[in-house]
Ligand binder design. Structure first.
Ligand SMILES: *[C@@H]1O[C@H](CO)[C@@H](O)[C@H](O)[C@H]1NC(C)=O
Ligand SMILES: *[C@@H]1O[C@H](CO)[C@@H](O)[C@H](O)[C@H]1NC(C)=O
Ligand SMILES: *[C@@H]1O[C@H](CO)[C@@H](O)[C@H](O)[C@H]1NC(C)=O
Ligand SMILES: *[C@@H]1O[C@H](CO)[C@@H](O)[C@H](O)[C@H]1NC(C)=O
Ligand SMILES: *[C@@H]1O[C@H](CO)[C@@H](O)[C@H](O)[C@H]1NC(C)=O
Ligand SMILES: *[C@@H]1O[C@H](CO)[C@@H](O)[C@H](O)[C@H]1NC(C)=O
Ligand SMILES: *[C@@H]1O[C@H](CO)[C@@H](O)[C@H](O)[C@H]1NC(C)=O
Ligand SMILES: *[C@@H]1O[C@H](CO)[C@@H](O)[C@H](O)[C@H]1NC(C)=O
Ligand SMILES: *[C@@H]1O[C@H](CO)[C@@H](O)[C@H](O)[C@H]1NC(C)=O
Ligand SMILES: *[C@@H]1O[C@H](CO)[C@@H](O)[C@H](O)[C@H]1NC(C)=O
Ligand SMILES: *[C@@H]1O[C@H](CO)[C@@H](O)[C@H](O)[C@H]1NC(C)=O
Ligand SMILES: *[C@@H]1O[C@H](CO)[C@@H](O)[C@H](O)[C@H]1NC(C)=O
Length: 671
């Protein structure tokens, strides 16, 4: 297999076997999906557009365990809700909800009959994976409160006290590495919590380190509710162990077990990857020994959310095309259920598109969510804003603003990767370089089309890449184009002997910079950045490294921000590190602004001359394999000064958040 590389940070898989989110959600029509909204924004400085990869809707249902009699748990108070779990006394269901705004995960509980909805923890951090204690007075959950990383928190429902049980030196890992704690579950006597953690594991690219997206390696740990007696319960070399749950007598814990490498493939939701083998395993809680395999990896399917229904029946979710080709997500049981209203045959999987099942303590009911991706959120949809000064709104990928206040973006999620321009308020949206005008070589899709637009300072011309991107860059060419902003002409700049794309044009119109990739060679090696003098046509080599997504500063300095794989050539087992860099237009004064081994990428200049980018520095916010259509669930949008100082988080969701674009009210009003 070929080595893979950077070149399309954050958007898509980068190996031959990789893939792209939304590959199965492409819209077939080619009309911009834009929600016109008022402008400018009163009481705010303006709008920050940004991209997010998250489902369009998520709804909680309660049904019998055979799937019969489903009803919306929250009835007419259903919003965007997920990750529900039953309380041990059967009275309550705790769940995560984004009712405060798109992207803001908060914790709520509701009675199992759908009444008495109550907030539990609703800070601007991620609060997720709630679990109610056996006596009903404590709720444990995974939350990014305080330091942006996932820790295990407990809230006392009687007193309101809230504490971080992973707040101790015995728990703390190396803060430069993944250091997240996820999915707590109580022991039946309320004395222990088990959870999964990736503390002290490396940032490791998939595909034998070479892939851009990182895998997740979890072990199972235990801790007491006061934070004492922290210890590891189960681990396995080369495997990720997650979502632990106790047996009814507290003697065993059950979890899923998946090869670490497959934690990437299990979350990208591509047909080829659904049947990667995941096992359901239990061990003795006291010793971590005496393993029992309840469901074998050999039967295929990504098996998740195991839970004991009784001492010998375990229910679990199977993401697999073996069971449903449209929305794989079946419920399976390890033994026949002969009692209760929903007696089941062991071999009768419930076929469907279930997600996150949790069973009532008496084993008769389940709560789960159904998610939809289509139609995806329209451009302009209001998102939760983590800033008081800016209203956050959704944009499709690579939004860029002209001096006159026009926006250009690539309609990757909302359409077919045509180039769209619009006013910031969503009016006058049109495809100016659409699929019908592409050369026959390019099929408009999620992975083919126009990527990374860049405006010339006079607003008349846009540079953009047209071609095959992501894993398809290994097979097909890409070209840099200049396009008239009024849609009347297009001009090809590169000749197609390489895969050339992701251009930026200097505001004065003099320089064009893009990245090259050699799609014809089996020897995968970077070609780097090229710069064309648009007066003379002369092309010079600016770099020969794994560089991508260059962008000229808008202030006329012609400084370029870009992303580099700083660990090339590969020299160690975990060398897949990408960082934000800057250089002058002649390639001099090269500076590396980020240093951690997580991925830092997709950097852009803001209107104030700061640099905003997507960073994995806070790690995963949940177990990776639980996501769908998500290549990189970890990045937060960050901002720093142009010299790399003063790093500040602009978002804090559990989803992949990238590609910010500030549109201040002044610019808006003038457009
Ligand atoms: C939901 O339904 C209840 C009961 O029918 C009703 O009282 C309430 O006003 C409804 N709420 C909304 C938001 O429609
Ligand atoms: C973390 O531990 C420190 C020292 O024990 C304590 O002062 C602090 O309040 C704890 N923080 C939380 C959020 O529990
Ligand atoms: C919670 O505990 C972790 C692990 O010790 C620590 O790194 C983190 O700072 C704590 N969070 C807060 C908000 O105290
Ligand atoms: C923490 O991890 C970083 C990155 O791998 C490494 O350079 C550093 O030595 C580690 N620190 C400790 C104390 O192990
Ligand atoms: C409930 O159980 C927890 C341990 O799970 C314990 O700390 C707490 O004191 C108990 N509360 C009551 C009211 O018994
Ligand atoms: C993974 O990469 C290492 C180092 O580059 C190489 O020695 C090894 O053969 C590779 N393994 C596979 C399965 O490709
Ligand atoms: C598993 O955990 C034990 C003790 O906690 C440790 O000694 C061992 O190295 C770990 N093994 C792996 C493969 O992580
Ligand atoms: C579902 O469970 C039955 C037996 O309990 C087993 O035969 C079958 O292989 C399971 N299916 C999957 C996909 O795990
Ligand atoms: C897959 O699940 C969906 C949603 O439950 C259902 O409509 C569809 O019929 C199922 N497909 C198959 C082949 O069972
Ligand atoms: C992109 O276009 C090329 C050339 O037409 C085609 O071979 C390839 O399959 C397309 N890729 C996708 C994902 O449509
Ligand atoms: C479109 O823009 C070009 C400059 O790029 C200009 O020459 C032409 O007149 C414009 N056409 C229309 C119809 O506005
Ligand atoms: C750091 O960034 C914040 C948020 O962007 C800003 O308010 C503050 O002025 C910056 N501080 C410095 C020293 O640049």
């Amino acid at each position: 297999m070929r080595l893979s590389s950077l070149l399309t940070p954050l958007l898509c898989g980068l190996v031959a076997a990789g893939s792209c989110p939304y590959a199965n959600q492409a819209r077939s029509d080619d009309t911009p999906s834009v929600l016109p909204r008022g402008s400018p924004i009163e009481d705010k400085k303006g709008v920050m557009f940004m991209n997010r990869i998250a489902p369009a809707t998520s709804k909680l249902y309660v049904s019998n365990i055979d799937g019969s009699n489903p009803r919306l748990l929250l009835g007419n108070e259903t919003t965007f809700d997920y990750h529900a779990q039953w309380s041990p006394d059967g009275e309550w269901i705790v769940f995560t909800s984004e009712r405060a705004g798109d992207g803001q995960s908060d914790l709520y509980r509701v009675r199992a009959d759908g009444t008495s909805l109550q907030p539990i923890s609703t800070t601007p951090a991620v609060e997720d994976a709630g679990s109610i204690s056996p006596n009903g007075s404590l709720i444990a959950f995974a939350g990014t409160l305080g330091n942006y990383k996932a820790n295990i928190w407990i809230k006392n429902l009687d007193t309101g006290a809230l504490w971080n049980i992973t707040n101790s030196t015995s728990v703390a890992g190396n803060s430069s590495l993944p250091d997240g704690h996820f999915r707590p579950a109580w022991s039946p006597d309320g004395e222990w919590l088990v959870f999964s953690s990736d503390k002290n594991t490396p940032w490791r690219g998939h595909n034998n380190v070479s892939g851009w997206e990182h895998t997740q390696e979890l072990s199972i740990y235990a801790i007491r509710p006061d934070g004492s007696d922290f210890h590891r319960v189960a681990n396995k070399t080369g495997y990720c162990l997650g979502s632990p749950k106790f047996s009814p007598d507290g003697s065993r814990i059950v979890f899923y077990e998946i090869p670490t490498e497959l934690t990437y493939y299990a979350r990208v939701s591509e047909p080829d990857f659904y049947d990667v083998g995941t096992a359901i395993v239990s061990v003795d809680f006291a010793t971590g020994g005496n393993p029992i395999e309840h469901a074998s990896a050999d039967t295929g399917g990504i098996k998740l959310f195991p839970q004991y229904l009784d001492s010998d029946t375990i229910g679990y979710l199977v993401k697999s095309l073996l069971t449903n080709t449209t929305y794989p997500g079946s419920i399976n049981y390890t033994s026949a259920l002969t009692e209760g209203p929903a007696a089941l045959n062991a071999n009768s999987s419930l076929i469907g598109h279930y997600r996150s099942p949790s069973w009532s303590p008496d084993g008769t009911k389940m709560v789960y969510e159904l998610v939809e991706w289509d139609p995806i959120r329209p451009v302009g949809k209001k998102l939760y804003s983590w800033s008081n000064e800016w209203e956050y709104r959704f944009s499709d990928v690579f939004p860029q603003m002209s001096n006159g206040g026009k926006i250009a973006y690539t309609s990757q999620q909302t359409e077919n990767s045509s180039l769209v321009t619009m006013n910031p308020d969503g009016t006058a949206a049109r495809d100016i370089f659409d699929g019908s005008r592409f050369p026959a070589l390019v099929n408009a899709s999620n992975t083919n089309g126009t990527f990374q637009a860049s405006w010339r300072g006079d607003d008349e011309v846009i540079a953009v890449g047209l071609g095959d991107w992501f894993e398809y860059r290994y097979e097909n060419p890409g070209w840099v184009y200049l396009v008239s902003a009024n849609g009347t002409w297009t001009k090809r700049v590169t000749d197609g002997t390489t895969n050339a794309g992701f251009p930026t044009i200097s505001p004065d119109g003099r320089w064009l910079v893009w990245r090259e990739f050699d799609y014809t060679s089996d020897e995968v090696a970077p070609l780097g950045l090229r710069r064309m003098d648009l007066k003379t046509g002369e092309v010079v080599v600016l770099s020969t490294e794994w560089d991508n997504t260059p962008m000229f500063a808008p202030d006329g300095s012609n400084r370029i921000v870009f992303t580099r794989r700083t660990s090339w050539p590969i020299s160690g087992p975990y060398d897949d590190n990408y960082d934000v860099m800057t250089m002058e237009v002649d390639g001099s004064n090269l500076r590396r602004l980020t240093t951690l081994e997580c991925n830092d990428a997709h950097a852009v200049w803001t209107h104030e001359g700061k640099i905003a980018w997507a960073s994995g520095m806070y790690g995963f916010q949940d177990e990776a394999v639980i996501y769908d259509n998500n290549q990189q669930p970890y990045p937060f949008i960050m901002q720093m000064e142009a010299d790399g100082s003063n790093m500040t988080a602009l978002t804090q969701s559990r989803w992949e958040d990238t590609m910010p674009l500030y549109v201040p009210n002044e610019i808006w009003a003038a457009s």
